[in-house]
Design a protein around this ligand. Sequence first.
Ligand code: COI
Length: 356
Amino acid sequence: AVSPFKRGAAFSDIHSETFELADIDWDNLGFAYVPTDYMYTMKCTKGGNFSKGELQRYGNIELNPSAGVLNYGQGLFEGLKAYRKEDGNLLLFRPEENAMRMIMGAERMCMPSPTIDQFVDAVKATVLANKRWVPPPGKGSLYIRPLLMGSGAVLGLAPAPEYTFLIYVSPVGNYFKEGVAPIHLIVEHELHRATPGGTGGVKTIGNYAAVLKAQSAAKARGFSDVLYLDCVHKKYLEEVSSCNIFVVKGNSISTPAIKGTILPGITRKSIIDVARSQGFQVEERLVTVDELLDADEVFCTGTAVVVSPVGSITYKGKRVPYGKEGFGAVSQQLYSVLTKLQMGLIEDKMNWTVEL
Ligand code: COI
């Protein structure tokens, strides 16, 4: 359907009951940014509490050139998704988990954070205001990107005097250009993503800039992404640039334990519970690169990537394929249960989804 709303629609439109779908090509969504109608902003001073956020038309923001986030990287982000059900209602997946992770990250980065209720209410308001951008069932999801940043001016190194919480959204399909086909990873053994005592375990913006060099080099060589090793022993798996990693051997599934250098993924945590409920034995522990090369199946998890099968791993020039480089049976099973839950197609016994 073609939306009756122009992009300059009045603010009151967001409360209209007659939302239709935005007029875009819903069959070819990837993970490229698509601008939508509204964003949410909320500010607070250092030592203060956030209050009175508001929806605004989506657009550029104004920042002091001396803002903490621009000069010293004082910033965090989150990622979660909303799915449209057949009945038109929307489902969020575990938004309180993102709120809690932002609170933890804010503590590490010396920032105030919205409360869980403020975070979840802001997410709901932003999604509802952009409802026409939530893809039809089966076509993708609305990716929700909350940001927390030091927006106040600083010159000497110190926490910023003012903070901005902002949420924007974009309709998305598959993250990797491979779609749902397996991805091909290369193990990086020189550059590292995180160090003990550093910020690898929180979703700070700098962690993602730090991987671009290795990721770009890998992509130039035809790989989908990079898998990082621990920086001390250079033999234990950490994570991929944008997602966590799981290794399957028989009925046993292993994933690197959370120990400060690994991002505590919400999809990671959910897949651990889903796999256990499906009868697999799941271990969070140190996983060696040798075990990776000897695995039956390997897959990645993340909000953006969901569950992505790994077709091959290349380590120090040796390429190890998995199965027939197709979607492995275990990865496929876990993907299917998780996405059905997220889309409201099976009963949510875990109480993970929030309906709007
Ligand atoms: C997500 O999966 O939501 C992330 O934040 C990873 C990002 C690099 C897309």
